[in-house]
Design a protein around this ligand. Structure first.
Ligand SMILES: Nc1ncnc2c1ncn2[C@@H]1O[C@H](COP(=O)(O)OP(=O)(O)OP(=O)(O)O)[C@@H](O)[C@H]1O
Ligand SMILES: [Mg+2]
Length: 453
């Protein structure tokens, strides 16, 4: 077959069409251009296209309609969606609508060409995608950094399957939000989503919560009680802080997940279950496995897919949109109309956020509540932040740069001092849960008692 690989570019922006045309023709591809849905349809009906590069926003038309056209006119044609406004919804919709990939604008030539080559060399049979006509519900995950786009892609890819997903990332990075998004974008969305914080229960309580119990199984068990596995039938269970579980419990959990059945405590009858498992951890499970505190077999079972969430420090560019999002939400909630100056946004973007998005969220909420003038300025941020902005003792001076762990330790010690050893207050100021503070203190060798006045 001598016919060249043909790429159709559908974009209403002339500059993008021109750019893609030159890049693709230089590389030896046959490139056709369409500036609208209608123009694309005409070209698709005229000649065979191998790959369509489609802008999501075609003026008033929706680029996803091109996917529908493709299904009818040229089902073999692959499609890549492009947009400057990536959200988890648009990525998920594109991918589940049949798009092969999702590219964020501005386009990077290398990424684009790598993708075109990949499509060119892919066997046609490998590209069947999961199709769903269901519109996706809203899940507000904010951020358009490359790292978050990666997360959206992963969510979109795994949502439709029943694979177990392990969500990792530091405290406050949005692990639960991602778990909810996976559930909301799956075909289990209309069934229950049941989160359980494994760190909040003792081993036996956790077992009776998850597996249920029979009347008389233990003192206080005065009725039959179905566990979460039964209650979540058809839906999703989110095992938060899975690292906090004991190995005895892990054995039972693994068995339930593997055999897809549970036995209530005090019963010998097995009950079939149909649940999808999502788990989250903010510490390094592989290190726990090494230390013998986490079962490797369970780890492999839970981490069929792993989604890692970046810290805010790794995606600075997401801070301004997050600030605006939280401020808007606070305004709606409190029926106010507080604004923020761009200097204040800039200032906030340069502050450290060890408690990640949760800390930023709490901070914006506080700023909005205490803002009397109607506009948050740098002075308000400084006042509210107190000493937060000054360099950490470990950073000041000319010595070698401290490790991240040391900085975290110093920061926690300082906040504890400011909170006069009050752990709840310190956890709040750090934007983390009290339990997380304990965990960090243990890991970083901070004596919480010694820091109490
Ligand atoms: N990308 C994001 N966009 C909008 N809100 C976010 C984002 N990430 C996190 N949040 C918000 O920050 C808070 C913390 O998120 P979440 O509870 O999902 O974090 P987590 O990783 O589970 O933290 P932890 O390990 O402390 O439990 C929530 O209120 C959540 O709505
Ligand atoms: Mg959480």
């Amino acid at each position: 077959m001598s016919k060249r690989f043909t790429v159709l570019v559908v974009d209403d922006e002339e500059s993008t069409r021109g750019f893609l045309h030159s890049v693709l023709t230089v590389e030896g591809y046959d490139c056709q251009l369409a500036d609208s849905l209608e123009a694309a349809e005409i070209l698709l009906r005229q000649s065979r296209i191998d790959l369509a590069l489609v802008d999501l926003y075609l003026g008033t038309a929706n680029g996803l309609n091109v996917l529908d056209l493709l299904k009818v006119i040229q089902p073999q044609c692959k499609c890549v969606v492009m947009t400057a406004h990536a959200t988890v919804e648009t990525v998920a919709r594109s991918l589940s609508g049949g798009a092969l990939e999702y590219l964020s604008k501005p386009l990077l030539i290398d990424d684009l060409l790598a993708l075109v080559r990949k499509v060119q060399s892919a066997r046609p049979s490998l590209t069947k995608e999961i199709a769903s006509e269901e519109p996706f519900p809203e899940t507000a995950i904010i951020g358009r950094s490359a790292k978050m786009l990666e997360v959206y892609r992963a969510i979109a890819r795994v949502a439709a399957s029943t694979a177990s997903v392990l969500i990792t990332g530091a405290s406050g990075t949005g692990k639960e939000l991602v778990a909810r998004a996976i559930h909301a974008h799956s075909d289990r969305a209309h069934k229950p989503f049941m989160p359980i914080n494994c760190g909040a229960f003792s081993e036996t309580l956790l077992e009776s919560e998850l597996f249920g119990y029979e009347k008389g199984a233990f003192t206080g068990a005065d009725t039959n009680h179905p566990g979460l596995f039964e209650a979540a039938h058809g839906g999703t269970i989110f095992l938060d802080e899975i690292s906090e579980t004991k190995t005895g419990f892990q054995v039972n959990l693994l068995r339930a997940v593997q055999e897809q059945q549970v036995r209530r405590v005090g019963s010998n009858k097995y009950i079939p279950i149909d649940v999808r498992i999502l788990a989250a951890s903010n510490c390094d499970l592989e290190a726990l496995i090494q230390a013998g505190a986490f079962r490797e077999d369970l780890y492999y079972r839970l981490s069929v897919v792993t989604i890692h969430l970046p810290t805010l420090a790794e995606r600075h560019e997401d801070i301004p949109p997050l600030i605006h999002h939280f401020l808007k939400r606070s305004n709606v909630r409190n029926k106010r109309d507080i604004q923020i100056t761009s200097d204040a946004v800039q200032f906030l973007s340069n502050m450290p956020w060890p408690g990640n998005v949760r800390e930023l969220e709490n901070f914006i909420e506080r700023l909005a509540i205490f803002c009397a003038s109607g506009e948050i300025g740098v002075a308000d941020v400084e006042r509210e932040a107190g000493g937060k902005r000054q360099p950490h003792p470990a950073v000041a001076g000319n010595g070698p740069a401290p490790t991240l762990q040391e900085m975290e330790r110093q920061h926690i010690l300082r906040v504890l001092q400011e909170a006069e050893g009050n752990k709840s207050k310190a956890a709040r100021a750090l934007g983390i849960e009290r339990k997380t503070l304990y965990e960090k203190a243990r890991r970083l060798g901070i004596d919480l008692q010694a820091n109490k006045r």
